[in-house]
Design a protein around this ligand. Structure first.
Ligand code: GLU
Ligand code: MG
Length: 402
């Protein structure tokens, strides 16, 4: 409802993207400035990319108060948040961060992913990706949310309806909204798309759920382990490889191809470094419990939810989205920036292809039940248990990847 004090000039447009800890940050302007701002960009502070999730400026920071970059909203990535009782509508544009001369700034997450995908394309390959997010949504009227139940689905139906309507304004949707294992835990799946689009739409999905939850007085958290007694919330990244003619190259006749095998081996080899971009907060590590479907062993398994990478073969022709098969990277969470998470996975996979690594063996059953000495003998490594280990591994590969 419009009151005499509201005006068209009061309505805002925001130009933003996620920082290194997965928090959306940007600048907002009166919507009447949109055309000018999309063309010219907005001033941005380099340090803002690395504010912590708790809003502090890290002491070890290469930029400090220095420097200047610009935020450029992508006109093709616009989400229209509708007006609510006391909040006017707002258009949100996903942003690239560029240098003053218009070139990609080295820390821009969307730019990092673009460059990683270009390197993959130079090898004649493209990637299709689907993001799944788990989350806790509390405050819903119908309290019982038994896993995968009708009651759980009904409890979240109104939220889902509204989320879908808003995502449609950006040309996307959710492919699933289900009641998960935890009490009040849900899972959403974003549609499979080319890797860049999938990351953009994963960002929109998170932000829309937050916005809808807030407007309905609900509490939502995507935190990796908000409650020690409940299952954690992971982000599962499904991907498949394709050649430049659009043929699937992940698997043939139910087995990984040599290309996908080398890509997977590269991911396993650089697993600790990747984790700096897929599970970047201390709370990420609270989720890493064996035998909890997290995948705390850096190995490959077929249809196995206890391995960090799950190979999911499909019947021929039964799923055009990931024809033949997909691989699922399970050790990610929503404190990650989806663009950087994917960029790290692609860089590690490419390193595996470049080194011509052989396809890793499939591990059957829960690796936690395999005696430690046998695991060591078979090269089944536990994933790191401390952020320091992960950061050291990332430091070692960082210059080559980013
Ligand atoms: N909630 C589990 C996790 O922390 C995953 C459960 C599932 O496979 O859906 O990753
Ligand atoms: Mg799940």
């Amino acid at each position: 409802m419009t009151t005499p004090l509201q005006s068209a000039a009061g309505r805002l447009a925001m130009v933003a993207n996620l920082d290194l800890s997965g928090v959306m940050r940007g600048r907002s302007v009166p919507a009447i400035r949109t055309a000018e701002v999309l063309a010219d960009g907005l001033p941005w502070v380099p340090t803002n990319i690395m504010l912590s999730a708790l809003d502090s400026i890290p002491a070890k920071n290469p930029f400090g108060p220095m420097g200047e970059v610009r935020l450029f909203g992508d006109p093709a990535k616009k989400l229209a948040l509708p007006a609510r009782a006391d909040r006017p509508a707002l258009d949100l544009y996903l942003a690239d961060i560029r240098n003053m001369d218009g070139s990609d700034w080295m820390m821009c997450p969307r730019g990092q992913l673009r460059r990683a995908l270009q390197a993959l394309e130079a090898r004649g390959l493209t990637l299709k990706v689907g993001f799944e997010h788990e989350l806790y949504l509390t405050g819903l009227q119908e309290v019982p949310t038994a896993a995968f139940s009708l009651a759980g689905t009904r409890a979240v139906s109104a939220v889902s309806d509204e989320v879908q309507a808003i995502l449609a304004t950006a040309g996307t949707r959710l492919d699933q909204f289900a009641a998960e294992f935890g009490n009040h835990q849900f899972e959403i799946a974003s549609p499979v798309a080319d890797a860049g689009t999938a990351a953009d739409h994963a960002v929109f999905a998170r932000e829309v759920i937050r916005d809808v939850a807030l407007s309905r007085g609900l509490a939502v958290t995507f935190a990796p382990k908000p409650d020690a007694a409940q299952p954690g919330s992971g982000v599962h990244i499904h991907f498949s490889l394709w050649d430049s003619a659009g043929n699937p190259v992940t698997a043939h006749s139910g087995a990984l191809t040599a290309t996908a095998g080398a890509f997977t081996a590269g991911i396993l080899k650089h697993f600790s470094a990747i984790m700096a971009f897929t599970t970047p907060t201390p709370n990420s590590f609270a989720r890493f419990l064996p035998s909890n479907w997290v995948g705390v062993f850096a190995c490959l398994g077929e249809r196995n939810r206890e391995t960090a990478i799950r190979f999911c073969p499909r019947r021929p022709g039964n799923d055009a989205r990931h024809a033949g098969a997909s691989l699922e990277f399970r050790v990610a969470d929503a404190s990650a920036n989806p663009h950087l998470a994917l960029a790290a996975i692609v860089r590690a996979g490419l390193a595996g292809i470049e080194a011509d690594l052989s396809t890793p063996p499939h591990v059957e059953g829960d690796p936690a039940t395999i005696p430690q000495d046998e695991r060591t003998h078979r090269g089944i490594a536990s994933i790191p248990t401390s952020p320091v280990e992960v950061l050291e591994a990332a430091d070692a590969v960082g210059p080559a990847w980013f």
